[in-house]
Design a protein around this ligand. Structure first.
Ligand code: SF4
Ligand code: SF4
Length: 344
């Protein structure tokens, strides 16, 4: 696969050529923050951003989507699947890891065609972090850098120098317009290795004292910890920590029936385990009505239940979004895991 060394202007020309030929998302400024949006030209793309408000999961699992339409009159029931190729620029390594975890979850054992169609239509251009966010702890989670799981990786290796690395056939096609650019040499590859080494240390804004591999065992011993009650006293059950999290994928499905009472749509929307009615079933019975139980469940899901499904990988990639989003300042996984370790 090709590795190219390009200047800032060569990079921008390439991004512009991609935008002209593809539906293209990228990281853009949103007042004093950053978020993904449709790119109209390369100057809108921010590759030195700290963290995006939304994780890129919405590109594969939208917050609201119609998954089927129905009409009782003609006994019609049709699946609705969005099937359009797109490129996304600027995905940070920790979010690449989250996307790959979601791929595993949605492809096996019950394959989700809606998610997987969007995912297979996507070409992911990852970018190594240039500006660590205030709350990132990816350096402790092994997600500060990635060597796979993307189609192209862009790394800033000097003031006016970038290494562009195609990792898949899709990536190779996307960088075809760079065929005239210089191939990266050993010193460029070394410069990228230096960036990776530096990022593994720089992306450590909260000091985690428990190895991620120890989280499942520690949680198993902590069911009765007083921490769950104590921290959750301040919880508003707003669900923000779920909604910003790149590895939270719970959803609800409801029928949206038209006024004719015959036709309508089946709609899927994001749900969140911190919301009061998340576990309400017919009856109505809420089997997680207590907020301390919901608060505890979120950590068990990240550190014990999902790892059981995906070969021990922890479903927290250390992006720090929940820390920032929580008004009550109780959603920090580092604080919780350190405190549980202290109790043992
Ligand atoms: S739990 Fe928090 S830090 Fe971990 S992946 Fe989710 S939002 Fe990011
Ligand atoms: S932990 Fe914080 S962000 Fe999460 S539901 Fe409670 S108050 Fe909201």
């Amino acid at each position: 696969m090709s590795k190219k060394a390009v200047s800032q202007s060569e990079l921008e020309n390439w991004v512009d050529s991609v935008i002209q030929g593809h539906k293209t998302y990228g990281v853009k400024s949103k007042q004093d923050k950053y978020d993904y949006g449709i790119l109209e030209n390369a100057s809108q793309l921010k590759l030195d951003y700290d963290v995006t408000i939304r994780s890129p999961k919405f590109l594969f699992l939208p917050a609201v989507e119609s998954i089927a339409s129905f009409n009782r009159e003609n006994a019609k029931y049709e699946s609705e699947i969005e099937n359009e190729a797109f490129v996304v620029f600027g995905v940070h390594p920790y979010d690449v890891v989250a996307i790959n975890q979601m791929d595993t979850i949605f492809s096996q054992p019950n394959r989700d065609e809606h998610y997987m169609t969007r995912r297979n239509n996507a070409t992911i251009v990852a970018v190594d972090v240039q500006t660590p966010s205030e709350d990132v702890f990816a350096g402790y989670m092994g997600t500060a850098t990635v060597e796979e799981g993307f189609d192209v990786l862009v790394t800033r290796i000097g003031d006016d120098a970038y290494l562009i690395d195609a990792a898949t056939e899709k990536g190779e096609k996307l960088i075809a317009s760079l065929s005239g650019a210089n191939d990266a040499d050993d010193s460029d590859i070394q410069s990228r290795a230096d960036v990776w080494e530096e990022n593994k240390n720089k992306l450590r804004r909260h000091e985690l004292e428990v190895e991620p591999s120890e989280w499942p065992e520690l949680l198993k011993k902590s069911v009765e910890s007083p921490l769950w009650e104590e921290k959750s006293e301040k919880c508003f059950s707003c669900g923000s920590c779920n909604l910003v999290c790149p590895t939270c994928y719970c959803f609800d499905v409801q029928e949206d029936v038209n006024w004719d009472m015959k036709s309508g749509k089946r709609v899927r929307t994001w749900d969140g385990c911190m919301l009061t009615n998340f576990a309400t079933v017919a009856g109505p019975h809420n089997f997680r009505a207590d907020k301390a139980e919901r608060y505890r469940h979120r950590y068990y899901r990240k550190g014990a239940y999902v790892p059981e499904k995906i070969d021990g990988e922890i479903a927290c990639i250390g992006c720090g979004r929940c820390i920032n989003a929580c008004v009550a300042k109780i959603a920090n996984p580092v604080e919780v895991m350190n405190r549980l370790a202290e109790e043992k």
